[in-house]
Write a protein that binds this ligand. Sequence first.
Ligand code: SF4
Length: 255
Amino acid sequence: VKELKTKKRVFIGLTSLGLLFLSIIIYFIWYLTYGGLYNINHLLPLILAVIIGVFILFAGIGITGIVYSILCKRSFPFMQGSIRAAITLLMPAAIRIGKLMKIEKEVVESSFIEVNNQLVKAKRLLLPPKRLLLLLPHCLQYSDCPIKITTDVANCRNCGKCIIGDIKLLSQQRGFHLFVATGGTIARKVIKEIQPAAIIAVACERDLTSGIQDSYPLPVLGLPNERPEGPCVNTQVRFDKIVESVEFFTKKEEF
Ligand code: SF4
């Protein structure tokens, strides 16, 4: 239970509530249309009830799978479909219910990222560094730096004014792919070209939430950036978090 005593509970609680509300709404729609459906065909209400029941059961198994994987720190391949369905179907409901409960969207997204990271960690992957891609947002670069690093991060001169230089050196030493993306489209193109087995992504909560869902079933470990100067300018990420994430996917080496 200790594993759930963090912000992960926000997402799990809201998706569970989302499933409950959706079930109630769907039941009432079914109840109100029962007579009309029965007149069309006597079996129609029953068929619809079975379809709805399977949908609710599938999403319920997904939420159970999330909780169980986090508690056991293990991945259950047969639950992956229902986990994905639960996340995709219930995320919008979770955000809406969060809004009604005055929970900020960013808090829900942050909780989702935490849940996702635990699910990725539960897979316990061990990869050669060449199968790993680290995707960074352009806003990590010092805003007055004149060097273009989005075409090739090797252009960075390691001046020390931002973290890009240190991460570039780390990628050269460890051998993983590194790319600084200006947006989701270019990130998708790079993923298609490199075909990594896993991704570490640094971005804001909103971009990480959509990126993680878009990339499924590719495991994506999400690291939200810090924004001391506001969004999209001179953002930061802790270097030790990057090292820790790289080491999670690859063999631990001296650095
Ligand atoms: S570390 Fe690299 S990217 Fe950052 S400011 Fe210096 S040269 Fe530019």
